[in-house]
Design a protein around this ligand. Structure first.
Ligand SMILES: Cc1cc2nc3c(=O)[nH]c(=O)nc-3n(C[C@H](O)[C@H](O)[C@H](O)COP(=O)(O)OP(=O)(O)OC[C@H]3O[C@@H](n4cnc5c(N)ncnc54)[C@H](O)[C@@H]3O)c2cc1C
Length: 336
């Protein structure tokens, strides 16, 4: 990993200016941190994967907007939060990974009325923090977020959920930013919200190539701090009992098919404990794949494919992946 000092006139910033920002940039305007060849295993919950060619951590939303404005239009951009639903192939990512965790970090009670209140949370805020903040402000409904080990941006992108609630149940509007650094507000009607899935509907996409979440406004009902805290505690206890939290993993690998559970299907095919290299189908929860120590991303991906094919062969059901896979395969197979 190589650090680039964005503010320096010498050395790395020459590279940065010439090869990366096409000479357009006012370096002083950028306040974030740039790293080159950053190992993504440090930033994903599976603790493995290739390198990001460029890895930028913006200082805040204004800095992110400035940074995006300076990017070449054809630069591939991957926005990430805590990497808890992400596999980066061993060959790495060519382009720029932008990491928002603890960067777009605003957390505010925007409005309070008789029925409840609205919280704004920046995309980089950890979900657990939102759950605790809501409880503290006597607002109920966000308790489920306590056990989701991702960010608000990731939760919005995935429509993360558990124990009967989903992120988009509570969204009043979202703040988004596009590849040109333009910031907009969008209402939920701009999206087709599904189970662990979300896509922008065509009518609101006119002329906009790609955009990401900068934050969300969440409408919550009146609650009680003590009850919320007890609910959070109960949810976390349930997780510890049912999930292999002592080994690197990315939560549920597959979405549940309609009317059934991916874990039940995988277990019924005798796949608990199945391995490829250092990747193993968890003995505790069959829809989790754990890194037993030295799994490469290709071990994990091969095991995902093996499980998918076995379940399809034996049950006729095609499991759809919940985890997102990015980057290129390493040409010579497994890392040593
Ligand atoms: C132990 C464990 C338990 C889990 N339990 C649950 C659970 O109960 N329910 C559940 O739904 N998930 C669960 N997950 C999965 C994961 O935590 C969620 O999907 C979470 O929402 C991902 O957030 P993240 O910030 O880590 O996103 P990342 O993994 O960093 O990214 C996931 C995807 O979202 C995109 N993304 C991230 N940030 C943004 C942004 N700002 N704008 C646009 N796109 C963005 C990324 O490009 C990527 O495609 C679990 C994971 C683990 C490890």
């Amino acid at each position: 990993m190589e650090r680039v000092d964005l503010k320096s006139d010498a050395g790395n910033s020459d590279y940065y200016l010439k090869d990366y920002l096409s000479g357009k940039a006012n370096m002083d305007a950028l306040r974030g941190e740039m790293r080159l060849n950053e190992p993504m295993g440090k930033h994903t919950s599976w603790r493995t994967g290739g390198m990001a060619q460029r890895y930028y951590m913006p200082a805040d939303l204004e800095d992110l907007s400035n940074f995006l404005q300076r990017l070449p239009a054809d630069e591939p951009v991957y926005m990430i939060g805590l990497g808890s639903n992400l596999l980066v192939r061993d060959g790495g990512v060519s382009g720029t990974v932008i990491a928002l965790h603890a960067r777009l970090n605003e957390l505010e009670l925007i409005r309070r009325d008789q029925a409840g209140g609205t919280i704004f949370a920046g995309a980089g805020v950890a979900c657990a923090k939102v759950a605790r903040f809501a409880a503290l402000h006597q607002l109920g409904g966000a308790e489920f977020l306590a056990g989701i080990p991702g960010t608000v941006g990731g939760a919005l992108a995935m429509n993360a959920g558990c124990y009967g609630s989903e992120t988009w149940d509570f969204v009043e509007q979202v703040k988004v930013i596009d590849h040109d650094g333009v910031i907009r507000l969008r209402k939920p009607v701009a999206y087709k919200v599904g189970y662990r899935s979300l896509r922008r509907i065509a009518a609101s996409s006119a002329g906009v190539k790609e955009e990401w979440f900068a934050g969300g406004f969440f409408r919550l009902e009146n609650g009680d701090e003590m009850i919320s805290r007890q609910t959070i505690k109960r949810f976390l206890t349930l997780r510890v009992a049912s999930q292999p939290l002592n080994k690197p993993n990315a939560g549920s690998v597959f979405r549940n098919p309609p009317g059934d559970y991916a874990a039940r299907l995988i277990e019924s095919c005798g796949l608990k404990g199945a391995t490829v290299g250092g990747a193993m189908v968890s003995l505790k929860h069959a829809n989790f794949i754990i890194n037993t120590g030295r799994a490469s991303a290709s071990d994990i991906e091969a095991l995902i494919n093996m499980v998918q094919e076995s379940v399809a062969r034996e049950t006729g059901i095609h499991l759809k992946q919940e985890v997102h896979i990015i980057g290129e395969a390493k040409e010579n197979g497994r890392l040593s």
